[in-house]
Design a protein around this ligand. Structure first.
Ligand SMILES: [Zn+2]
Length: 278
C-alpha cells in the first residue's frame, strides 16, 4: 500500500522516544545472537503478528531482559519503534512455560509449533486467534498434556486460521460425501480423495477410518474429545505424516510466493524509505 504522506519529511524532527514506545504481549518463536551481547528475536504478537525485535545486552548474565525472552515464553514487552528493528526496552514474563524446559519431547513439539507458524506467516500479519491458539497450545504442552494430540490440534487449527483448512468431509475432487472407509489424503489438492478419485494424485496417502475420525473430531469437537479416541502407534504415525506432508507442501509453496512478496515490498520501501519506521 503506497503511503503518500510523509514523502517529503526531510526536514521533520526525529520522533520523540515517548511516541515511539508501545506495549505488546509476545511469544518468542526464534532468536539469534547478535553482536557481543545482544539478541535478535522473532516474536509473535496478538495485534502485530510476527515481528523481529532486538534485545540489547540480553545475553549478559545480569540482564533484566534476558530471563523474560526465553524460547516459547509468553511475555509483556515494551518496545521502541526503530528504523529496521524495534528495540525491547522492558520485558515481564506472563507464562514461562517452565514445563517445556524439563521435558525434551514437549520442547521438541513446541519448537515444531513455532517453526510452522514462523514459516507460514508473513511479517506484521495480524492474527489474534492464531496467537491465542499458540499460547494455549504451549500452555497445554508445558502442563504435560499428550503432546501428540495437542500438536495435531494446533496444526489443524493453524491450517484453518490461515485459510488452508483441509477438506475432510467431501471428496476434494468429485465432492461426494466421504464414506466411513479407507480414503486417501492429497497434500497437493488439500483434502481427502474418495477411492474412485484416488488416482488423481499419485502422491496421496492412504488414510485409515480411525485417522479420519480423529481429524473430524478435532475439527468438530476440539482437543479433549479427540484426545480420548484410542490411537495405536501406526495411526499416530499416519496422522503425523499426513499433516506433516501437507504443511511442508504449503511451506514450500509459500516460500516461493514469499520471495515475490519480499521483492515487491523491497521495491515499495526503496521509494518510501523514510516511512520504514511507520
Ligand atoms: Zn471422489
Amino acid at each position: 500500500m503506497p503511503r503518500e504522506e510523509g514523502r517529503d519529511v526531510a526536514a521533520a524532527p526525529p520522533v520523540p522516544l515517548q511516541e515511539r514506545l508501545y506495549r505488546t504481549e509476545a511469544i518468542v518463536l526464534s532468536r539469534i545472537d547478535y553482536g557481543e551481547a545482544d539478541r535478535i528475536l522473532t516474536v509473535f504478537t496478538p495485534m502485530r503478528g510476527k515481528i523481529r525485535v532486538i534485545a540489547k545486552g540480553a545475553r549478559r548474565p545480569l540482564s533484566k531482559l534476558g530471563p523474560h525472552l526465553e524460547y516459547f515464553s509468553r511475555s509483556r514487552l515494551m518496545l521502541a519503534r526503530g528504523r529496521d528493528l524495534d528495540t525491547v526496552t522492558g520485558a515481564e514474563t506472563v507464562d514461562a512455560h517452565l514445563g517445556l524446559r524439563a521435558d525434551l519431547d514437549a520442547f521438541g513439539h513446541a519448537s515444531h509449533m513455532a517453526e510452522v507458524l514462523n514459516r507460514l506467516t508473513q511479517d506484521r500479519q495480524e492474527n489474534q486467534a492464531l496467537y491465542d491458539l499458540l499460547a494455549s497450545s504451549l500452555h497445554l504442552l508445558a502442563d504435560g498434556l499428550d503432546a501428540f494430540a495437542v500438536t495435531r490440534h494446533y496444526e489443524l487449527g493453524l491450517l484453518t486460521l490461515l485459510g488452508y483448512k483441509p477438506e475432510l468431509y467431501r471428496c476434494v475432487s468429485c465432492r461426494t460425501e466421504l464414506a466411513a472407509a479407507p480414503n486417501a489424503f492429497s497434500s497437493r489438492l488439500g483434502g481427502v480423495l474418495c477411492p474412485l478419485c484416488r488416482a488423481e494424485d499419485a502422491g496421496s496417502r492412504l488414510l485409515a477410518v480411525n485417522t479420519q475420525k480423529f481429524l473430524r473430531t478435532l475439527d468438530r469437537h476440539g482437543l479433549a474429545p479427540a484426545a480420548r479416541l484410542p490411537l495405536d502407534p501406526g495411526l499416530r504415525a499416519e496422522l503425523e505424516g499426513v499433516l506433516g506432508d501437507y504443511l511442508r507442501g504449503l511451506i514450500e509453496r509459500d516460500l516461493s510466493s514469499l520471495k515475490v512478496w519480499r521483492t515487491l515490498r523491497e521495491a515499495e520501501n526503496a521509494g518510501d524509505e523514510r516511512n520504514l519506521h511507520r
